[in-house]
Design a protein around this ligand. Structure first.
Ligand code: FES
Length: 355
C-alpha cells in the first residue's frame, strides 16, 4: 500500500462545514448512539471532503474529530488509510480512472495516456484549477469497462476519443452526459436488447400460482395422502415432527420395496441402537416405519434396503455399516463388539461416537 501523507500546508488554518451540510451530518449522527458516534467518521470525512473542494485538509480532519470527540490521530488514521479520501488539493473536476484488470483489458492504459496528455501527471492540477486525475482500483462498473468517475458521476464504455472530448468539455465549462458513452442503457446490450423483449414477461399476465404454496384456492390444495396410500396403520399417530414430514412423502416414488410392517408391544422390541450406525433418531424413524426388531432388519432384501435408504435419505449407508450382518448376529442371540459396549452402558448408541 502506498504511503499517504496529507498536505499540511495547502489547507490553511481553518475549515467549516457548509450550513447546508448540517442536516446531512445530523442524519449520520442520528444513526448511532451518542456513545458510539465515532462510527460516523467515514460519512463525516466524506462530507468534509465535499465541503473542502474535493480533498481533506488537516483542519477539515480536525473538524471531524471535534464533532465526534475523537483524538485527531484516530481521524488521520482513517483518512490516510482509505484512498477515497484525497489528501492534497484536486481540480474542480477530479477524474478517478479505473486501472483494474477488466478496465485495463478494455483500454484503460490508453485512457491514462489521454489524462497524462490533457491534464498532466497523476494528482497534478491544471493551471486553471479545473482538472486533475488519479488511477484507482475497480469502481464496480466492470461491465461497462473502461470507465472513469468524475466527481460523483460515472462515465462508462469510454474510448480515447470520448474521454478526450469529455475532458475538453469540462475544461471549457460545457455540459457532459454521465453514464455509458455508447448506445446502451446502463449495462444492457449495446444497441438494445434482443432477448426477453416480450412485454408480457413484465406486465404480470404470466404469473402462475405455484402449487404447494400455503393459502391456495381450495381446488389446488395438495391433499395429504391417506394412511392406506402410504401403507401405515391409521392408529399409528405421528409421534414427532419428523414423522409428520415423512408421512407426506409419496411412497409410490420411493425406490425398492417397503419392508413388512409389524406391530408389537414395547416389551417385544429390540434395542436397535445396538446395531452400530443406528442412533436414537434412526431408531425412532425405523420404529415409525413399523421396524422394531433385529430379526426384521436381518430379513431385509436388497429391495427393502433400497426402500429404507431412499425413504430415510441415506443412500448406501446400510451396506456400508453392515446393518444386516450385525442384525443377523444379534437376532441369533449373539453379540457384536459394539452391542457389548451398549449392553455394558459404555455408550447409548453409535451417535455417542460421532457416527
Ligand atoms: S475493473 Fe474497472 S470498474 Fe471494475
Amino acid at each position: 500500500m502506498a504511503l499517504r501523507r496529507f498536505d499540511i500546508e495547502a489547507g490553511g488554518d481553518a475549515f467549516a462545514f457548509r450550513a447546508e451540510t448540517e442536516p446531512t451530518i445530523a442524519f449520520w449522527l442520528g444513526k448511532y448512539p451518542e456513545a458510539r458516534k465515532q462510527s460516523a467518521v467515514i460519512p463525516l470525512l466524506w462530507l468534509a471532503q465535499k465541503d473542502n473542494d474535493g480533498w481533506l485538509s488537516e483542519p477539515a480532519m480536525r473538524a471531524v474529530a471535534d464533532r465526534l470527540d475523537m483524538p485527531y490521530i484516530r481521524v488521520y488514521e482513517v483518512a490516510t488509510f482509505y484512498t477515497m479520501f484525497r489528501l492534497k488539493p484536486v481540480g474542480k473536476h477530479h477524474i478517478q480512472l479505473c486501472g483494474t484488470t477488466p478496465c485495463m483489458l478494455r483500454g484503460a492504459n490508453d485512457l491514462k495516456t489521454v489524462c497524462e496528455s490533457k491534464i498532466g501527471k497523476k494528482f497534478a492540477v491544471t493551471d486553471d484549477g479545473k482538472l486533475s486525475w488519479e488511477e484507482v482500483e475497480c469502481l464496480g462498473a466492470c461491465a461497462n469497462a473502461p470507465m472513469v468517475q468524475i466527481n460523483d458521476d460515472y462515465f462508462e464504455d469510454l474510448t480515447v476519443d470520448s474521454l478526450g472530448e469529455i475532458i475538453e468539455r469540462l475544461r471549457n465549462g460545457a455540459e457532459v452526459e454521465p453514464g455509458p458513452q455508447v448506445d446502451r442503457i446502463n449495462s444492457a446490450p449495446e444497441g438494445g436488447t434482443d432477448v426477453l423483449t416480450d412485454d408480457a414477461l413484465f406486465d404480470g399476465s404470466r404469473n402462475r400460482t405455484c402449487p404447494g404454496l400455503p393459502n391456495l384456492p381450495e381446488a389446488e390444495v395438495i391433499e395429504e395422502p391417506t394412511p392406506e396410500a402410504i401403507g401405515k396403520s391409521e392408529e399409528a399417530p405421528p409421534t414427532n415432527t419428523k414423522r409428520e414430514e415423512t408421512a407426506l412423502v409419496d411412497v409410490k416414488d420411493v425406490a425398492g420395496e417397503r419392508p413388512e410392517v409389524a406391530e408389537m408391544d414395547e416389551a417385544e422390541r429390540d434395542n436397535l441402537k445396538e446395531i452400530k450406525g443406528i442412533g436414537p433418531v434412526n431408531e425412532g424413524q425405523l420404529n415409525e416405519l413399523g421396524i422394531y426388531t433385529f430379526a426384521q432388519v436381518a430379513a431385509w432384501t436388497p429391495a427393502n434396503v433400497d426402500w429404507v435408504e431412499d425413504f430415510l435419505s441415506f443412500p448406501g449407508r446400510i451396506a456400508r455399516e453392515d446393518w444386516i450382518g450385525q442384525a443377523k448376529i444379534l437376532a441369533g442371540g449373539g453379540e457384536t463388539d459394539f452391542s457389548k459396549r451398549v449392553e455394558a452402558g459404555e455408550v447409548d448408541s453409535s451417535k455417542d461416537e460421532g457416527e
